[in-house]
Design a protein. Structure first.
Lengths: 275, 321, 426
């Protein structure tokens, strides 16, 4: 009986937190379905009275959201893939191998994150201009990598460090090389950390606004955050379009989450770590 | 090499010949090859891209640079003038204090909520798939959009929050203008930041919780430890490395946040709610004082460095370093 | 001698013709072409109008121009208003600018001072709205061509004023009296929407009180706010808030918030422009029959001056196709093209001809906007430091302090003058 009460209490907590997390998003979705007159109202309706789907065709058609979606997908995916690989390698080295000045290196990696992006924009722009990368996918991806890799290294290193070395030693005495052990032992166990890092890089690149604004000047290359902003006019904002675009914006990430969720829980059963 | 000298060495009867300098060097070099290969791509990208801007920013902080100076390269060296201004100007100083206080509050809130969510997710309740999806979604919303949504939710006349609060009986909140006052604006901003940041913390902590060996926990339960004790004495210490990383990065992010503060703190009189990132931006882009903007960034950097070093010391060594 | 002259002429012709620019293009090396043939490609940055419909009007300029001048390429990019100033700063500092841009009138002197733009020949008087040319003038030289403009006037709810038994106010005193009457007789609606953050609402009151914002002395500017007129203006403006004639939250409102309040029937009178009016009737078509417009109320000096805002079209010095750029700018400024755009956004053309052709002067509801722009408007001091002043938001802070009762209007005027002078001194 007490067990049931305790579990029940947990469910209540979970429900409350879900509501907190979901409500604003729910609000976004219903607003995207409301006609203009219902949006600007004193008494917010929690349910759209006359759901209208025209915003979606509107933003996809004239609003060029489809093109921006593609751009964002390309850039975010490239960033994520490269980040996980590059940072994973570095994290392994910093967790397991003897590296001179390891602490300094780690601190250095950390310090690159400590400046607000706004202040670095102009020198970054100059750098990209000199490299003739303004307006290209590569330019933006490389810049995103510079800002996502440091965190990725720290997080993955944090995970790898908790894995006992004996496991790799066992694999190596069984004939595997160091690199082989890395793949066969570390990778499966650190999978949850890997997924967390991949998600982080993807979302960071997906949501990034300022650098995209500065580097992407042509309409064809604009990413989703920029197109979202394009519905904010001089004095007037097309809230319906903003909300519809936000929904479209969030969908790929939802799919991403749904696909990777399994991988996340997988960590529980994989790697039977005997104490 | 024949085995006999080797055997003799192994038996401890003969001392092994000391390797020559060349051999030591090549041995050290070969030991380095793997780390270098693994580290090179990451370091090249990071240093290559962020190196020049960082150095330039630090240099700028010691100069008086306007837009024209940036174009023509005619900055004037002013030494510590900008820094003096940062600490004596009331608005700039306040923004630094705001940053530290508000940032710390956000970190605490995010870590607490994130930990709670991670623990709940680890319980594998029914409908876990729904719960895990729900708590991950706020992360997917871009900061600008989230700020706009919450600005709206906290709107004095049309916002949901006031409507709900008044409905619950708190009539004080009728038409309450959250963003007209510094402290209430901070409450709203706190909610936005925590809402957006807790998913990542929860995800990472969950991943960490799953590396805690089940056997140890079960053994402790058998020995009579209750849930709280198990958490405090077993789980938490094992989570130390991850916690350390998360707290450090949370601090860095929350002290740096720009979008939410920029959008939501606009209405607060006298810019009293601006944090260092926003003030740095204003000084540089709005006022054209690029030197001062850089100085603010450098001060923020020093603050963050101090915090990071303190955390690392406090939370202690995370296993092998 | 003849050879040298020939050489000089051919060099001049080569310079006149199109040359390769940054982006890919199929341009001729036009050293032997006549000046009339245009080639090359230009990048144009236009402020994002926030609506794909209007975007396509602008894009239409590009495509029809390209059709008329085959071999040219016009790329139009939209820049969000809120970030435009930063984008210009970054691109100018970073050395990679577009060829043409839409430049907010209050920014033109600032960037012109950095040598970013190509000079424009002084236009004949009477062609453009004079205040807009003033806004583009620095050191006696003109740096941009007025594209569109708008001035704010008074927008009010006819039905609410009727209920309160008052006429549309024409002076400050009448406005105050009308507001008090509305407050007394019409519950559930605030008389005015004077906000704490909209300089286009409070700064013009200084002109209306007979004062100036700043004075030019040769090359330098000094604040003219340390005067009794400025204090009177600030007092008039903040009194509405202090006496509860404007919603409590208005202290933190921006213009769009006031607009939303009007749409929702929370305020009865609003300072807004033609675009505001368009937006209102688009959102709540039912309000159309209930809205009246009037010139801004005149202050004690008898002046009813409002702020003339708008945009210039500028050609950047870094442009490699200046001839093409100027040709396209002139194309955009042709009367029919101009009106296509301005009628869509609810602004007025920057040319006097255009205003006359827009039909505003014949539309009773829209007439005050046109009149206000033509004869009752002025611009903020076109100092290169004005952009920084706006960015520093010193005005907002002081106004808000007076609204809260934390200082007197006189103190605010003094503080503002001091801060302005600090900024002007650089």
């Amino acid at each position: 009986m007490r067990w049931m009460l305790r579990r029940g209490w947990l469910y209540v907590c979970a429900l409350a937190i879900s509501a907190f997390a979901l409500f604003p998003i729910y609000y976004v979705v219903i607003t995207s379905l409301k006609p203009r007159s219902e949006i600007y109202t004193r008494t917010p309706d929690l349910w759209p009275n006359h759901p209208q789907w025209h915003q979606y065709s509107h933003v996809f058609g004239e609003g060029h959201v489809g093109r921006a979606l593609l751009n964002s997908l390309i850039i975010a995916s490239a960033t994520t893939l490269i980040c996980v690989v590059v940072a994973g390698m570095a994290a392994y080295a910093l967790a397991r191998l003897e590296v001179p000045f390891k602490r300094t290196l780690l601190m250095l990696i950390l310090t690159t994150q400590m400046f607000p992006l706004v202040v670095l924009i102009i020198p970054l722009f100059v750098l990209m201009r000199n490299a003739d990368l303004i307006g290209t996918y590569q330019g933006l991806v490389v810049t995103y990598l510079a800002f996502t890799i440091p965190l990725a290294i720290w997080i993955m290193r944090g995970f790898i460090v908790t894995i006992p070395e004996e496991l790799e030693h066992a694999a190596m005495t069984d004939g595997a090389t160091r690199v082989g052990a890395m793949f066969r032992v570390i990778l499966p166990i650190a999978a949850p950390g890997l997924v967390a890092t991949a998600t982080l890089s993807f979302i960071a690149a997906w949501n990034e606004f300022m650098l995209a604004l500065t580097f992407m000047n042509t309409e064809e290359r604009k990413t989703l955050p920029l197109v979202l902003q394009s519905f904010v006019g001089r004095g007037d904002t097309d809230w319906g379009a903003v909300m519809a675009t936000s929904v479209i914006y969030t969908l790929p990430v939802v799919i991403f989450f749904l696909l990777l969720r399994k991988r996340l829980m997988l960590g529980m059963t994989a790697g039977a770590v005997k104490g | 090499m024949s085995t006999q000298p080797g055997q003799a060495v192994a038996a401890g009867r003969v001392r092994a010949p000391r390797p020559s300098a060349a051999e030591r060097l090549s041995h050290a070099a070969s030991k380095l090859t793997l780390p270098v290969i693994l580290l090179l791509p990451a370091m090249t990208i990071i240093v290559g891209l962020v190196g020049y801007p960082l150095v330039k920013t630090i240099w700028l902080s010691f100069t008086d640079t306007r837009l024209g100076d940036l174009i023509n390269g005619t900055s004037t060296w002013v030494g510590l003038e900008n820094y003096k201004e940062v600490f004596t100007d009331e608005q700039l100083r306040t923004s630094l204090v705001n940053t530290v206080v508000f940032g710390t509050a956000c970190v605490v809130g995010t870590m607490a909520l994130g930990m709670a969510v991670a623990l709940l997710l680890n319980q594998r309740l029914r409908f876990n798939w729904f719960f895990s999806l729900a708590v991950l979604l706020p992360w997917a919303v871009p900061a600008l959009a989230a700020s706009s949504i919450f600005k709206w939710l906290f709107d004095d006349r049309y916002g949901f929050v006031n409507w709900a609060l008044v409905g619950l009986g708190f009539h004080h909140f009728q038409d309450y203008a959250w963003f007209a006052d510094r402290n209430s604006a901070y409450v709203a901003m706190f909610v936005v930041v925590v809402w957006q940041s807790f998913p990542f913390i929860a995800l990472s902590l969950l991943a960490g919780l799953q590396t805690v060996p089940r056997d140890t926990l079960d053994a402790a339960a058998v020995d009579g430890a209750n849930a709280v004790q198990r958490f405090w004495l077993i789980t938490l210490p094992l989570l130390r490395p991850i916690l350390a990383v998360l707290v450090i990065f949370s601090t860095i992010w929350d002290f740096k946040i720009f979008d939410q503060v920029y959008v939501l703190a606009q209405g607060v009189p006298d810019r009293a709610a601006d944090t260092a990132a926003v003030t740095g931006y204003r000084e540089a882009f709005a006022l054209g004082h690029f030197g001062t903007g850089a100085a603010i960034a450098v001060v923020l950097f020093c603050v963050l460095l101090a915090f990071s070093i303190a955390y690392v010391r406090l939370i202690g060594k995370e296993g092998r370093t | 001698m003849l050879l040298a002259a020939l050489a000089a002429v051919s060099v001049a012709l080569a310079a006149c013709g199109g040359s390769d620019s940054d982006s890919s293009s199929k341009s001729d090396k036009a050293s032997t072409s006549t000046p009339a043939k245009l080639s090359g490609s230009v990048d144009v940055w236009i402020m994002d109008p926030g609506s794909p419909k209007i975007q396509s009007v602008v894009k239409g300029y590009g495509t029809s121009f390209e059709a008329q001048h085959p071999g040219t390429k016009v790329s139009i990019e939209f820049v969000p208003w809120a970030q435009a100033h930063d984008k210009f700063t970054t691109s100018i500092a970073g050395g990679k600018t577009p060829d043409i841009a839409e430049m907010g009138t209050t920014w033109t002197p600032e960037f012109a001072d950095e040598g970013a733009f190509e000079q424009v020949a002084k236009p004949p008087s009477g062609k453009y709205v004079s205040s807009l040319i003033d806004a583009a003038t620095l050191d006696g030289k003109v740096w941009g061509k007025p594209w569109y403009a708008g001035s704010r006037a008074l927008i009010y709810r006819k039905d609410v004023l009727e209920k309160a038994g008052v006429q549309p106010p024409k002076t400050w005193d009448e406005l105050l009296a009308a507001s008090k009457a509305i407050k007394a007789k019409v519950p559930g609606i605030y008389p005015t929407g004077y906000t704490g953050l909209t300089e286009h609402m409070y700064l013009p009151t200084i002109w209306q009180a007979g004062g100036q914002i700043a004075k030019q002395d040769g090359d330098s500017w000094t604040s003219a706010l340390n005067t009794p007129q400025a204090a009177t203006a600030i007092q008039f403006y903040t009194d509405f808030y202090k006496e509860g004639l404007t919603p409590k939250a208005a202290i933190g409102w921006e213009e769009p918030d006031a607009q939303t309040a009007f749409i929702n029937g929370d305020i009865a009178m609003l300072i807004g422009g033609g675009w505001t009016y368009n937006s209102i009737i688009q959102t709540k078509p039912g309000l159309k029959s209930k809205i009246g417009t009037e010139l801004e109320p005149a202050g004690p000096s008898g002046k009813d001056t409002a702020f003339a805002g708008g945009s210039h079209l500028v050609v950047f010095n870094g442009s490699k196709d200046k001839d093409l750029a100027n040709a396209f700018v002139d194309y955009m400024l042709e009367a029919t093209n101009l009106n296509k755009f301005t009628s869509a956004v609810g602004f007025l053309p920057g040319t006097v001809e255009g205003i006359k052709a827009s039909g505003y002067l014949d539309d009773p509801v829209r007439k005050p906007f046109a009149e206000q722009l033509l004869d009752h408007s002025a611009v903020y001091p076109p100092s290169p430091r004005w952009g920084a002043l706006e960015g520093a938001n010193i005005f907002d802070g002081e106004i808000q302090k007076v609204m809260r009762g934390k200082q007197t209007p006189q103190q605010a005027a003094q503080n503002l003058a001091k801060k302005m002078d600090e900024e002007f001194a650089g």
